[in-house]
Design a protein around this ligand. Structure first.
Ligand SMILES: [Zn+2]
Length: 252
């Protein structure tokens, strides 16, 4: 079988037959692909020690008839600092899930790959997860072409008195137009300013934000993401539970 090398992050694993895993990998070259890791659920399997969600490694792959096969792997980063902290872990797994949910086809994905890798690196380095993940979400949505209109009213193009975020219309409505969407979210100027800054910040450039603004922005991103993705994001429930335990915050 022809062999090739692949730098990739493990997005998820699924038990297959007696001792194998079906593994979803995410790589800059091939995007999201499903492959098989044979025997890696056996106790002494060397592959089994490195194939788990979030591992970033270099994998020696063999071309398969249906699925390609991981034959060997060498870990580049295991993100141990993320795994040892519940809040970081749930945010890291959420970052993986968004890639898995939004990207369907195996196609080159250097930008989302760099975004995911940089986010995991910053999460491991100690950046505050809540701020970091909002910038991650904004950058991913922009890459996918889902950037909302935040600078002017999406209805009348007025750039003043922006008052309500419309999920259905994908942007802000001004005071005069806000009645068009009764299900929009009222926005104060500070929250809108932070929402805009998420879309213009890089992962390495996140700044502290007031807690109440962060909570509101988080709810807006979650609603907007589920609307655009058209699928349930399983991590949201877990994020809510962890947030309640670690910060005493109940989100919806
Ligand atoms: Zn308007």
């Amino acid at each position: 079988m022809p062999l090739y090398n692949l730098d990739a992050i493990v997005l998820k694993t699924f038990p297959f037959q007696e001792s194998d895993f079906i593994v979803t990998l995410f790589s800059p070259l091939k995007g999201k692909i499903r492959v098989i890791a044979k025997g890696c659920r056996k106790i002494n399997s060397s592959l089994g020690k490195i194939i788990h969600p979030m591992s970033y490694g270099n994998f020696l792959m063999a071309k398969g008839k249906n699925l390609d096969v991981i034959t060997q792997g060498k870990i580049r980063l295991n993100f141990f600092n993320i795994h040892k902290d519940l809040e970081r872990l749930t945010h890291g797994l959420y970052a993986l899930e968004l890639i898995d949910r939004f990207l369907e086809e195996p196609e080159p994905s250097p930008e989302p790959f760099a975004l995911l890798l940089n986010t995991l690196k910053e999460l491991a380095a100690g950046q505050k997860p809540e701020t970091l993940l909002r910038i991650y979400e904004a950058n991913l949505l922009s890459h996918l072409g889902y950037q909302p209109e935040l600078k002017q009213c999406i209805q009348c193009k007025n750039s003043e008195n922006l008052a309500v975020f419309s999920f259905a219309m994908g942007g802000m409505l001004c005071l005069s137009c806000k009645e068009i969407d009764k299900n929009g979210e009222n926005m104060d100027p500070l929250t809108l300013q932070f929402l805009k800054s998420c879309f213009s910040s890089s992962i390495q450039n996140s700044r502290p934000v007031p807690e109440n603004v962060l909570i509101k922005i988080k709810i807006i991103f979650q609603k907007f993401i589920e609307l655009k993705c058209e699928k349930k994001i399983a991590s949201f429930q877990l994020l809510r539970e962890v947030s309640r335990v670690t910060h005493g915050i109940r989100l919806s």
